[in-house]
Design a protein around this ligand. Structure first.
Ligand code: AP5
Length: 215
């Protein structure tokens, strides 16, 4: 199944995407994770993307599309993916449709995770991510057993540069302006759009998604 996860920053796309990938046997393609990896590696892409990311702005479409094209090209012969954080603009969505058409594996659905903005600001202040395995925690709702240490691999937990309140509020306004219109874009296409209430527990959100997908 090829799926797009749509939702504001902090809506839970990464959390739900990781769970879903295991459940439906697809791999997760998260442009935010790929970009952060590029920044850590100090690659040309990382250097070009960093200032946009730190400021909570979108990285230019051309850079993102090259990144996704390269990642899909490196994949196996059955390129089923859960797209998390991509597409984020109408031109990205149009390019994704074209890329998947070329691969002969069209999009099966779009899942929109809805969460009120004030909840998001609160969630983001507590997010910590394992710098080794990428497991996502929340100090308020899903803390690690030992402070700053990943339960899964013992890696160090870190706070993202773009999770400070002012940047989160800016990312939310960028989402409203550039990414929210994608919901109408998909609703006006033949691709099924499934909306879920993301202001529930992680397990309840996952159940809603599986139910909407008929799993
Ligand atoms: P990216 O990494 O994609 O960030 P985002 O979309 O802003 O989303 P987040 O990763 O912040 O949140 P999420 O929805 O995955 O939530 P999570 O599961 O972590 O992008 C970062 C930057 O890269 C962008 O700003 C941009 O600069 C650039 N970029 C990336 N892709 C791009 C693209 N396509 N085009 C242009 N630029 C691009 O959950 C958040 C917190 O809430 C966690 O602590 C989690 O534990 C907790 N939580 C999750 N679910 C629940 C729940 N149900 N109840 C309570 N807490 C929960």
């Amino acid at each position: 199944m090829n799926l797009v996860l749509l939702g504001a920053p902090g809506a839970g796309k990464g959390t739900q995407g990781a769970l879903l990938a295991g459940r439906i046997g697809a791999h997760k393609l998260a442009t935010g994770d790929l970009l952060r990896e590029a920044v850590r590696a100090g690659s040309e892409l990382g250097r070009r993307a960093k200032s946009y990311m730190d400021a909570g702005e979108l990285v230019p479409d051309a850079l993102i599309l090259d990144l996704v094209r390269d990642t899909l090209a490196q994949g196996d012969s059955d390129p089923k993916a859960i797209f998390d954080g991509f597409p984020r603009t109408v031109p990205q969505a149009e390019s994704l449709n074209a890329m998947l058409r070329e691969l002969g594996t069209p999009l099966d659905g779009v899942v929109v995770i809805d969460v009120p903005e004030e909840k998001i600001v609160q969630r983001m202040s507590g997010r910590r991510t394992c710098s080794d395995c990428g497991r996502i925690y929340n100090l308020h709702t899903d803390p690690p057993a030992k402070r700053d240490v990943c339960d899964v691999c013992g890696g160090k937990l870190t706070q993202r540069m773009d999770d400070h309140e002012e940047t989160v509020r800016h990312r939310l306004s960028v989402y409203r302006e550039a990414t929210e219109p994608l919901i109408a874009f998909y609703e006006n296409s033949s691709i099924p759009v499934h909306r879920v209430d993301g202001d529930r527990s992680v397990e309840q959100v996952q159940s809603q998604i599986l139910e909407r997908l008929g799993r």
